[in-house]
Design a binder for this molecule. Structure first.
Ligand code: GLU
Length: 316
């Protein structure tokens, strides 16, 4: 994947609809708070709305009570959303329609390959990407007697480019980075890549702000949008919070919710640090302020162009 200088967001004139879309598989951690606060501030500072969606398709990984825990955490930080909460698990008919259309047009095919087979057959995986390029084994048809493990969308051997508000121009060749990718599992469940495109479109989301870990997914989502004739949202991928010595944070770290006791009444301290992490310069007078006051400052003063080019540790 290649990137170039960032675009300013000053020329954007359409109504902004942003969103936050966590999966209820664990407590929010500091990294997810950055994504929530960042998407909230970028939408609100442009006069936009901010929607809430639970990405609850991956049933086995879900933890009971976590959706409520996430919503409560957001409220504690003053990150209130507009309108009804959307739930992916209630939207399977819409995913099925989109999938059927792509299938009818012969853009999707069944695949019987296991992860292990793909890893063995693929040439060296791309270190920058989050998937092993699928070498196209089932593209021309599956072997007889093999069970369907996934349904894959055909990709083309050309560049998909978009202008990320922070990262600038990003280009990726899907055939080389990822190959034909899964839209649906063999058990019928729809993949994140398809669901997110359909949901964002149906709810009018035109500003997708999320962590940099999802940057490699974006060209796949744009490919789906193009095939379905859907408008492309603007994208902004935020710097990632790392653990000590650059290690990746996971939901298992549970840094926000497990320490919520110690943050209760001090959410503002963490929120101010989140703003600083995002390159903003909140005035010292906001020390000790409530989340509401800090967010009001953020709505007036947040500048996308100040965001840093890389992430790091967030010190609290
Ligand atoms: N549900 C995804 C996650 O929890 C994020 C979806 C998105 O922002 O596109 O990582």
């Amino acid at each position: 994947m290649t990137t170039a200088a960032p675009l300013s967001n000053s020329s954007i004139q359409r109504e902004i609809v942003g969103r936050f879309a966590p999966a209820p598989t664990g407590h929010l951690h500091v990294g997810s708070l950055i994504a929530a606060a960042g998407s909230w501030l970028i939408a609100r500072s442009a006069g936009g709305r901010w929607l809430m969606r639970m990405d609850d398709l991956d049933t086995p990984r879900q933890v009971p009570g976590m959706a409520d825990d996430i919503l409560k955490t957001l409220e504690d930080f003053g990150l209130f959303w507009d309108g009804e909460i959307a739930w992916q698990s209630r939207n399977r008919d819409a995913y099925r329609q989109a999938f059927d259309e792509l299938h009818r047009r012969n853009l999707v095919y069944p695949c019987g390959c296991s992860r292990k087979e793909i890893a063995q057959a693929a040439s060296a995986p791309h270190p920058e990407d989050d998937c092993i390029p699928y070498p196209g084994i089932c593209r021309a048809g599956m072997q007889e007697g093999v069970a369907i493990r996934s349904w894959r969308l055909r990709v083309r051997d050309d560049n998909i480019c978009f202008d990320d508000l922070r990262r600038g121009r990003v280009c990726q060749n899907l055939a080389r980075s990822c190959g034909d990718f899964a839209l649906r599992r063999g058990d019928g469940e729809f993949a994140y890549q398809l669901a997110v495109v359909v949901d964002d479109h149906l709810t009018g989301v035109d500003q997708v702000v999320r962590g940099d870990d999802l940057l490699p997914s974006t060209p796949r989502q744009i490919h789906i949008q193009k095939l379905l004739g859907l408008p492309q949202p603007m994208y902004c991928h935020l710097p990632l919070v790392s653990g000590p010595a650059g290690s990746k944070l996971s939901k298992r770290d549970n840094l926000v919710s497990s320490h919520l006791g110690s943050f209760r009444g001090r959410e503002g301290v963490l929120l101010l640090e989140a703003l600083r992490f995002l390159g903003q310069d909140p005035p010292l007078e906001l020390t000790g302020a409530s989340c509401g006051e800090i967010l009001r400052w953020g709505v007036a003063c947040f500048e996308v162009s100040r965001m840093p080019s890389s992430g790091g540790e967030l010190r609290i």
